[in-house]
Design a protein. Structure first.
Length: 190
């Protein structure tokens, strides 16, 4: 029961104090679940980020479910997911009743401008951590460079291309390379 409470409290804190969605939460989830508590490894964190990005649903919810499941099975996944979702639900529900008036308050608008800058830094921090700890083989570096160049080109040219395209393209290229490597090692068999 203590572990379920710890899972809930940890993810409630992450959900309560993180603005900007799942990408901003990745850095905090890694800090809390890998560095502080060692509930999962860094490799687990990289894998859950990739899987969460590739599957439907918010990254933070998928990550919370994964960590909770690793610790306490179904109940851990449920409790961790509730913990990360509950703060946002309560805050949005409370704000929605007077949203227009809320955003017209000068200090609230200023606070949100500051939060936007901090969110950018959290996303950048998560990216730098993942890049620093990824395997530095030629394939991974080429995919990283091509993906960054593609996303930058889409932004600069104001094209309407979803970043999901880059995730799917990288997965397809990875599967092709894996298939070719397997065929070469097996002498064409299997």
């Amino acid at each position: 029961m203590k572990m379920l409470w710890r899972l809930f409290a940890c993810f409630f804190k992450i959900g309560l104090f993180t603005f900007g969605g799942g990408y901003a939460m990745i850095s905090l989830i890694e800090n809390e679940c890998v560095d502080k508590r060692a509930w999962i490894t860094h490799d687990d964190m990289v894998n859950v980020t990739v899987i969460a990005e590739s599957t439907p649903g918010p990254i933070a919810v998928n990550a919370a479910a994964f960590v909770g499941y690793k610790q306490k099975g179904f109940w851990g996944a449920l409790v961790a997911t509730l913990g990360v979702v509950l703060p946002s639900f309560v805050i949005i529900f409370a704000i929605s009743s007077f949203l227009e008036r809320f955003l017209e308050i000068r200090w609230v608008a200023s606070a949100f401008r500051g939060v936007r800058a901090a969110v950018g830094l959290l996303v950048l921090d998560a990216a730098v951590r993942m890049i620093a700890k990824m395997k530095k083989d030629a394939f991974a570096v080429v995919i990283l460079i091509l993906s960054c160049a593609g996303v930058l080109a889409v932004d600069v040219l104001s094209l309407r291309v979803s970043t999901v395209f880059f995730v799917i393209a990288a997965a397809v290229v990875g599967l092709i390379v894996f298939g070719v490597q397997r065929a070469v090692k097996g002498g064409g068999k299997g």
